[in-house]
Design a protein around this ligand. Structure first.
Ligand code: DAH
Length: 375
C-alpha cells in the first residue's frame, strides 16, 4: 500500500461549488478503485477496510471531519450526497473483492461470527407412518421384505390368482413397460400395482413359517385428486404356518389398529373380494375423529375403511409350489397342511387419518411449511 500512502492526506476544501466538490470526490473515488483493484487476499481486504472505513482513523472519517463538519450550512447537503456515494462505492468495492479474493490460509475464518445454522433433517411423514406400521409388526415377530417396483405380470397378477383377462385386473389400472409385446404374457414387465407380489417372492424364497411385512412404493394409472396419486405406498403383510386361522388374522389386525390409532379404536370385518385370498375382508376402524358418533370424515357412518385382508387362497400356495419346483426347490406349501393370512394397507390413507390431512398432494409437494410440522 505504498502508493496509497503518498495520497494519504485529505486536502483542504477551498470552494463548495458543484464542480469543485465533484473533482475532489472523484479523486477519492479513483483512489478507492485503484486500491481495490490490487486486493488479492483476505488480509489485504481487511487492511483496506480499516484504512477507509475504520471508525477512528479511517479515511472516510477523516473526510467527514475535514469537509463535512466545517462546511457552511448551505453546502452540507451537496457534500452529504457525495459523501454517501463515496461510502457506497467503498462498500461495493469491498463486496466485489470479497467474492474474488482467496480466503487467508490461517486467519480466514472468524470463529466469533455466528455459524450458518442447518436444521437437522426429519423423516418424511409418509416414511414415518410406514416405519410405525412396520414396527408394530416387528414386535409381533414379522421381518421386513422388499421387492422390485418394476415387476413381471407373473408376480403382480398371475401367481396371485389373477388369470390373464380376469376382470379383477381392471381394478388395478396398470402402467406397463413399453416394448414387451413379444414376450410371453407372464414375463411382461409392469410397474407393480400393489406390494402383494412380494408375498409370492417371500414364499418362493423361504419355507414356512413366514411372517413378513412389505413396505413399498406402488404405481397405478390413476388421475391425481385429493385422495389419489399415481404413485403411492402400501404395507403388505403375510403370515403363513400350520394352523393359522381367520381369528389369528382378526386378532393381529385389531392389535395393529389399536397400536396405530389408540387403544379405544374398534375394528370390524366385512366380506370382500381379492383373487389371492379366500375368504377376503375389508377392515374398518371406528372413526377416530368422532369416536363412532358420525361426522363428515366418516361420512356419518362412524366407521372408516382402512385395509384389505383375507386367508391366503389355496391357488396361491399351488402357484408358489409350482414355481419353487421350476426353480429347483422342494415344494413346501401344501394347502392341505399350510394356511395363512395376508393384508394390505395404504400408507397415505393412514397418514392422512393420523394427521387430519385432507389433500394427498401435500405429501409430495416438498413444501417445507407442511413438512416441518412433522419434526
Ligand atoms: N393388494 C391389495 C390392493 O392393492 C390389498 C390387499 C388386500 C392386500 C388383501 C392383501 C390382501 O394382502 O390380503 O388393493
Amino acid at each position: 500500500m505504498t502508493e496509497a500512502t503518498s495520497s494519504d492526506a485529505i486536502p483542504q476544501l477551498t470552494s463548495y461549488d458543484d464542480a469543485s466538490l465533484d473533482r475532489q470526490f472523484a479523486a477519492l473515488g479513483e483512489q478507492v478503485l485503484r486500491e481495490t483493484g490490487a486486493l488479492r487476499s483476505q488480509v489485504a481486504r481487511e487492511a483496506f477496510h480499516l484504512r477507509w472505513l475504520g471508525r477512528k482513523q479511517g479515511r472516510l472519517k477523516l473526510v467527514s471531519d475535514a469537509w463535512l463538519k466545517t462546511a457552511p450550512v448551505d453546502a452540507r447537503k451537496s457534500l452529504g450526497i457525495r459523501f454517501n456515494d463515496l461510502k457506497q462505492k467503498i462498500e461495493a468495492a469491498l463486496a466485489v473483492a470479497a467474492t474474488t479474493t482467496a480466503p487467508a490460509a490461517n486467519n480466514g475464518v472468524d470463529i466469533t461470527l455466528p455459524g450458518t445454522a442447518r436444521a437437522p433433517g426429519i423423516e418424511h411423514p409418509l416414511l414415518k407412518t410406514m416405519r410405525e406400521i412396520e414396527r408394530v409388526f416387528h414386535h409381533l415377530g414379522y421381518s421386513t421384505a422388499l421387492g422390485p417396483q418394476v415387476e413381471s405380470d407373473f408376480y403382480n397378477f398371475e401367481a396371485l390368482n389373477f388369470p390373464p383377462n380376469h376382470p379383477a385386473r381392471d381394478t388395478q389400472d396398470t402402467l406397463l413397460i413399453a416394448g414387451q409385446q413379444k414376450r410371453p404374457q407372464r414375463d411382461r414387465l409392469l410397474m407393480r400395482t400393489h406390494t402383494s407380489p412380494v408375498q409370492i417372492r417371500s414364499m418362493i424364497a423361504a419355507d414356512p413359517p413366514v411372517r413378513v411385512v412389505v413396505p413399498g412404493k406402488v404405481h397405478r394409472n390413476d388421475a391425481a385428486d385429493a385422495t389419489h396419486s399415481p404413485v403411492f405406498h402400501q404395507v403388505e403383510g403375510l403370515c403363513v404356518d400350520t394352523n393359522i386361522t381367520f381369528s389369528d388374522l382378526k386378532g393381529t389386525l385389531d392389535h395393529a389398529m389399536k397400536s396405530l390409532f389408540g387403544s379405544t379404536v374398534k375394528t370390524r370385518f366385512f366380506p370382500s373380494f381379492f383373487p389371492f385370498t379366500e375368504p377376503s375382508a375389508d377392515v374398518q376402524i371406528s372413526c377416530i375423529f368422532c369416536a363412532g358418533a358420525g361426522c363428515r370424515k366418516c361420512k356419518h357412518s362412524g366407521w372408516i375403511e382402512l385395509l384389505g385382508c383375507g386367508m391366503v387362497d389355496p391357488a396361491v400356495f399351488a402357484s408358489v409350489d409350482q414355481q419353487r419346483v421350476a426353480q429347483g426347490h422342494a415344494p413346501a406349501y401344501d394347502p392341505a397342511k399350510i394356511t395363512g393370512f395376508a393384508f394390505g394397507m395404504g400408507v397415505e390413507r393412514i397418514a392422512m387419518i393420523q394427521h387430519g390431512i385432507s389433500d394427498i398432494g401435500q405429501f409430495y409437494s416438498g413444501d417445507m411449511r407442511f413438512l416441518e410440522q412433522f419434526g
